[in-house]
Design a protein. Sequence first.
Length: 215
Amino acid sequence: MNVLLDHLDLFRDGFIGTVSLTAASAALALVLGVLIAGFRVSPVPPLRAFGTAWVTLLRNTPLTLLFLVAFFVLPQIVFPGISSYILGVLALGFYTSSFVCEAVRSGISTVPLGQAEAARSLGMTFVQTLRMVVLPQATRTVLPPLSSIMIALTKNSAIAGAFNNFELFGVQKVLSDKGFNVMVIFVWVALAYLILVFLISGLFRLLERRLEVAR
């Protein structure tokens, strides 16, 4: 208990760092994931090809390798001087977007085809049909897999600690260097991650219940 109380500020900063990385990466992943899912079901062949290539490449690339590319390639070619926080968010967001895309695409496939055909018969465009008819109906089906994806994203944010981002796992590195018991540190770090996981699970369960009432 003394490890936590004597270094409460350190744990607090690490917790805030993990929450910040997770929230920003989740927002980016959701935007990109929904967009790429739209590409994958688009009637335009080049967009479908781009969406397929995006998912195939990112889902089959180790996250650590994406971090290496983000931190050692992007600053040299495209964004010199960019902060390590933004690079971490980009790596996590891009990687997670491929999983979000597949979850959203699976949800879209559960919507009866007649819904889209009826929308088109009313003169709605593909984007209007997707935004106003298909996605609202697919949301309830998408929420359970999205919950698992966001929990995985929270855990994956620990990798950012090895790339100049201070988060929960970085607390362990700092305290271990000071000679504190590693197992005790891991207990408190694991508890912090557990709290985040419960919060995310609770949020998605709340959303699912709200949608059930709406139906």
